[in-house]
Design a protein around this ligand. Structure first.
Ligand code: SF4
Length: 316
């Protein structure tokens, strides 16, 4: 049966919880209108397989198709996007050359993305060290052949601990103390940073860096910061996250009906619309009249939800 004909097709899926893989190269096909059962003894990996298919844990190999559509590689950052950073640098150098006789140069300073609480990406599983290294190498190779474009990058290992601090919970208190007691001071200095100290301290407290940093969260998960409020409503952020996966944006709320994101309404701040006609107030309040320039502004509508409920699962 082809992947197009199957309701669900799993091919060569490998996944686990940060240690050795729990399931390896598993393939399953489920036909429409048929009941498919996964059988096996306790500990065989049945739950792990279902979690991997639903995108609740990170997969390290394999592909999942739902109704013929691949959902393991949903769009966030593609290699083309990554290489676009180098392209931007080259374009800036070209513009600089027009104004500087002695030539122009640009330094690209790149670091891995660290999801933050109270943002649409609070559910996103951060890139692993290996994936960040791969992207950095991709960029480095590309900029090597670009005269005037230099590149600096942030240590992907340090990015993991930034991710841990960003979305950790109260259980990390003893971990931080242990790192400190074992000499882990000035961890933000590259010459002092030691990832092993953190990984060991996490293990000593029965915690996994992979679980905290690389795992995609579900809508139902209670996040450690939910007893706090930054104004934004969780359901708005979740919809924004889904929109990000579907690659759509929302028009600026200064000239649309209020989306009730919570930023104003939660704090009794009145929403005063500059004008019902976008963008009469100028682009982003800069006073720039984009109707008389070539600034490419496109307001995108919402697209349908991604195909699978667990489609967030393998976005990288
Ligand atoms: S007007 Fe305020 S509450 Fe409404 S969508 Fe805009 S920022 Fe959010």
């Amino acid at each position: 049966m082809s992947t197009e004909q199957a309701a669900l097709s799993v091919q060569g899926l490998t996944a686990g919880y940060g240690g050795p893989p729990i399931i390896e190269r598993v393939s399953v096909t489920a036909r429409r209108g048929a009941i498919t059962a996964i059988v096996g003894p306790n500990g065989a990996g049945k739950s792990t397989l279902l979690k991997a298919v639903a995108g609740l844990i990170r997969t390290t190999a394999g592909t999942v198709f739902v109704e013929g559509k691949e959902v393991t590689g949903l769009p966030t950052e593609t290699d083309e996007d990554t290489l676009g950073i180098a392209e931007l640098g080259r374009n800036v150098v070209e513009i600089g050359k027009r104004h500087h006789k002695s030539g122009a140069s640009v330094t690209l300073s790149v670091g891995g993305f660290v999801p933050k609480p109270f943002t649409p990406f609070q559910w996103f599983g951060q890139n692993t060290v290996e994936e960040l290294r791969r992207k950095i190498n991709l960029l480095r190779d590309d900029t090597r052949r670009s005269h005037g474009v230099n590149m600096k990058w942030h240590d992907p290992k340090a990015t993991q601990i930034e991710g841990l601090a960003s979305r950790g919970d109260r259980r990390l208190g003893p971990v931080i103390e242990e790192v400190w007691r074992r000499g882990g001071t000035f961890q933000e200095w590259s010459e002092k940073f030691d990832l092993d100290l953190w990984v060991d301290a996490m293990a000593n407290h029965g915690l996994s860096l992979d679980w905290y940093v690389h795992r995609h969260r579900t809508e139902q998960e209670i996040l450690p910061w939910e007893h706090l409020s930054a104004g934004l409503h969780k359901d708005f952020l979740w919809q924004d996250w889904r929109d990000a996966l579907a690659e759509v944006g929302l028009p600026d709320c200064r000239w649309t009906p209020c989306y009730d994101c919570g930023a104003c309404t939660g704090y009794s701040i009145e929403h005063i619309v500059a004008s019902a006609t976008p963008p009469a107030g100028g682009s982003q309040g800069t006073g720039q009249d984009i109707t008389k320039s070539s600034v490419p502004v496109t307001l995108l509508g919402r697209k349908p939800e991604p195909a699978a409920a667990g489609a967030t699962g393998a976005v990288r």
